[in-house]
Design a protein. Structure first.
Length: 371
């Protein structure tokens, strides 16, 4: 386990060397975990070519001894003579003689940076970094891939179990709660994000949240959900049909399914993300619904539900083996409803593997009411 995290820190050191950044303070909790294995919070990792030091407090000393036994610690004082995080960071940097240091500019607050400067009397040159660690996290190792596979499996099993007891009087929010319980019953730690459960016209809201609308109000049900297992996530979307539908819905569904298939077929190492996005977008435009697909095609998943890379019209990022991405085209017609299909896809050495297995042909996800 230690070697796994040590290898990641060496990858980060190589990135810092390439960018000519002498040292880095890592503040984002997810990034600290990815680099060290530490599952606590309120801690900052300092890293340079020779050292790696976690600045933390006494609440986590025992936990760190178990999770990161080889990591050097700076334990800031609490209680009498309390030492704030900015004071602990400043004291550590001063003791090490650090004159230039990188920071995660999208995470570190202006206030924290100013307080550190004040403690150091302005004797530190800051170097802002953006997505430095996130780009490394985009490529998953073998264990991360196993964790995400498990998160997909749990999410799918939980979803099927909830469909088996669907009631027309059940509300969107009830379904969301039952889905979370089903995930926990199968070993997950809960939803990977607040699920979207949308009936009928509400399915036209790409990020609509579960409401008190009853599932029996309309035969169209869109469910966008995911499970979190061992900190890693899945992200899926399916359309459930509960009765007789308007012919237009089938036409929209088939257009979305064709677009998703076209995009997934493009996924392989060396392909630019915008090319994958264009495959789906062009397919939907050819079906006559281009103006009703207004979001990016998908994104990476891992410790967070939105990671690198991103599928959109401008992304020049190149796909690499080990990346796991969502492919989620959609068509949304205000006042009528919407269709989105989403699967989690692994980029392999010679192509791709769709990790999710739930059926998605038209009418394949039908549910009979339990009365």
């Amino acid at each position: 386990m230690t070697d796994r995290f040590a290898r990641r820190r060496e990858l980060l050191r190589k990135s810092l060397h390439k960018e000519k950044i002498p040292s880095l303070l890592v503040q984002r909790e997810t990034n600290v975990h990815w680099l060290t294995g530490f599952t606590g919070e309120d801690s900052i990792l300092f890293l340079d070519p020779q050292r790696e030091i976690l600045i933390t407090d006494s609440r986590f000393v025992t936990q760190l001894a178990d999770e990161c036994p080889n990591l050097e610690l700076v334990v800031r004082k609490t209680g009498r003579g309390t030492q704030t995080m900015d004071q602990a960071v400043a004291r550590t940097l001063k003791k090490l003689g650090i004159r230039s240091c990188g920071c995660e500019a999208d995470t570190m607050t202006v206030g924290l940076r100013e307080r550190i400067d004040e403690n150091l009397k302005g004797k530190l040159d800051w170097v802002s970094t953006h997505a430095l660690i996130e780009n490394l996290r985009a490529v998953k190792d073998a264990q991360e891939i196993r964790e995400i596979r498990q998160a997909v499996k749990i999410a799918e099993e939980a979803f099927v179990s909830c469909l088996d007891k669907l009631s027309p009087d059940e509300r969107e929010i009830d379904f969301a709660h039952q889905l979370e319980q089903a995930i926990r019953n199968r070993g997950g730690s809960g939803h990977s994000f607040e699920p979207i459960v949308a009936v009928g016209p509400r399915a036209a809201l790409p990020h609509g949240r579960a409401s008190h609308a009853k599932l029996g109000e309309n035969p169209l049900l869109l469910v966008d959900w995911g499970a979190r297992a061992n900190r890693y996530v899945s992200d899926l979307t399916r359309i459930v049909i509960t009765g007789k539908t308007h012919p237009k819905l089938e036409k929209i569904y088939r257009a979305v399914l064709a677009a998703q298939k076209a995009a997934i077929a493009k996924i392989r190492p060396g392909v630019e993300c915008s090319v994958v996005d264009a495959a789906a977008r062009n397919s939907i435009a050819a079906a006559g619904f281009g103006k009703y697909f207004g979001h990016g095609l998908g994104h990476g998943i891992g410790l967070d539900v939105h990671e690198m890379p991103r599928f959109n019209t401008t992304s020049t990022q190149i796909l690499e083996p080990g990346m796991i991405v969502t492919v989620e085209p959609g068509i949304y017609l205000p006042g009528f409803g919407g269709v989105r299909l989403e699967d989690d896809v692994l980029v392999t050495k010679d192509g791709h593997e769709v990790l999710s297995t739930l059926p998605k042909s038209w009418n394949s996800t039908r549910a009979a009411w339990v009365t």
